[in-house]
Design a protein around this ligand. Structure first.
Ligand code: ZN
Length: 286
């Protein structure tokens, strides 16, 4: 499942293709996406038809395509710029966004296609259909985004983390996976961050308060390494050009069950809770 580094990598590769491009006609596969619901085509069309892309950004694991606000009417003077209309995409388990030539064969499981200028298309492909695409007149009007916690790369700091940890009864691993607490982490990078911080995944969040500085640093380092390796590809993830990421070979604990810890040589352990694997070093993480 794509996490913050994969979405950030996709944002950067999409930005190169999309900024300045005009979005045209939209095609839909007629199949539902997340929660078995069809995308809100009317809203998506309203926002995207003819609009030019101003920027591509990320909020947590959501990708935001920001369009230029409609120009103010002549004679209205220097009106304050209204919020920019946005398309918002969550990749779910297996979603992909790619920019391709219009003539390129359409991959199986393609669900949305926008026409772009220059005889190109922006395609949303999602074999498992846990992804989501929405649209709004303004970023602040997207309820999915309003509920997100601080971004671990740009907003989270140790004081803020201490305050949030104090109000939780969950184990630290569950706490960090909760997008309302910290936006953008998933199973892989939480395992990596906890190893880097030397904190056991089972530690109650409240008792991890003295480790907040190490946690913030571990989270940031794990994510920055993921971004510099252009994401972790275990199965499906590719960027806007179809390239997989290189971070899988750089993971310290995730997927390394039975292999020696890079710090102390103890075998890395795996535990399964609620269908999710946790990888950790029983000696380095207390
Ligand atoms: Zn170790």
């Amino acid at each position: 499942m794509p996490e913050l580094p994969e979405v950030e990598t996709l944002v950067r590769s999409l930005r190169r293709h999309l900024v300045g491009a005009a979005l045209g006609r939209l095609w839909w596969s007629r199949l539902p996406l997340r929660l078995g619901r069809p995308p809100d085509l009317a809203a998506i069309r309203r926002v995207s038809a003819g609009g030019r892309v101003a920027d591509v950004r990320r909020r947590g694991k959501y990708l935001v395509i920001e369009l230029h606000a409609e120009p103010a009417l002549p004679g209205s003077g220097q009106m304050q710029r209204a919020g920019a209309p946005v398309l918002v995409v969550h990749l779910g388990m297996s979603g992909r966004l790619q920019v391709v030539q219009a003539a390129a064969p359409r991959a199986p499981h393609t669900h949305l296609v926008w026409k772009l200028d220059g005889d190109r298309q922006l395609r949303f492909v999602d074999p498992r259909r846990f992804g989501w695409v929405g649209a709004a007149r303004d970023l602040d009007l997207v309820p999915e985004l309003a509920a997100l916690g601080p971004d671990p790369l740009t907003e989270l700091d140790p004081d803020q983390l201490v305050a949030a940890l104090a109000s939780s009864r969950a184990p630290i691993k569950v706490f960090l996976l909760d997008q309302r607490r910290v936006a953008g982490l998933g199973n892989i990078y939480v395992c990596e961050a906890l190893f880097r911080a030397g904190v056991s995944p089972a530690t109650p969040a409240r008792r991890a308060r003295p480790r907040a500085v190490a946690l913030c640093r571990g989270i940031r380092e794990a994510l920055e390494q993921g971004i510099s390796n252009r994401g972790t590809t275990l199965r499906d993830y590719v960027d806007a050009d179809g390239s997989p990421g290189d971070n899988a070979g750089a993971l310290l604990v995730y997927g390394r069950e039975g292999n020696p810890c890079f710090a102390c040589k103890s075998p890395i352990r795996r535990r399964v809770d609620a269908g999710r694997s946790t990888f950790f070093c029983p000696r380095c993480q207390r």
